[in-house]
Design a protein. Structure first.
Length: 195
């Protein structure tokens, strides 16, 4: 359950207990995330392939618009960078963040009948939303790494930081998803604000 308390030892023990509940029920968490992923692509022709096709199409549109039409090339300390890749690197984490918040905010309300019938920790639902958004993000990273392999990263040593940055973003997304899912139960406008 999402609990709001003041800082101090009680607060840190609640956070640890919440994380422990996620670890203890990791199979259920994975099932919820998998269910959300299947529901997202249900009925589509390409199914999970959209995880690769969508970022690739985004990259092609960015390349056509900024590289061909506008001839934009950002100048960095190491020289010019292809703007489509420059933009794509920033948009992937943003998409992960936005998807986590949108689906996480509605996680408890969307599963209302389940919440009323089955006794379970409610933090599993927003966490499953973040986990399914993470799966989409990681599959989109495959497209990014393929493009970087073709064009060559300017600073390959910077790629070492990616796992740490992903871990930090997961924690941040999870925190916001918890907060927004709790707020959405009381204020339905939260879902409309997030789009």
């Amino acid at each position: 359950m999402v609990a709001c308390r003041a800082s101090g030892p009680e607060y840190s023990s609640t956070v640890i207990a919440d994380l422990r509940a996620l670890v203890d029920r990791r199979e259920l968490l994975a099932d919820f995330a998998w269910r959300e992923l299947r529901a997202r692509y249900k009925g589509s022709v390409l199914g999970f392939a959209w995880n690769f096709v969508n970022p690739l199409l985004q990259l092609i549109v960015f390349w056509l618009l900024f590289g061909v039409v506008l001839r934009t090339r950002p100048v960095t300390a190491t020289g010019e960078q292809p703007y489509a890749i420059f933009l794509f690197v920033g948009l992937l984490p943003w998409t992960f963040f936005a998807t986590s918040l949108q689906s996480g905010a509605s996680a408890i309300l969307a599963n209302g009948p389940l919440v009323k019938k089955v006794r379970m920790p409610l933090q599993l639902l927003p966490a499953a939303s973040v986990l399914s958004a993470l799966a989409n993000f990681l599959l989109s990273l495959v497209v990014l790494f393929a493009v970087l392999a073709i064009f060559g990263p300017r600073h390959p040593e910077g790629l070492v930081w990616i796992p740490l940055l992903i871990a930090v973003q997961i924690v941040m997304n999870l925190g916001f998803a918890y907060l927004l899912s709790a707020l959405a139960v009381f204020f339905r406008d939260v879902q409309h604000i997030l789009g």
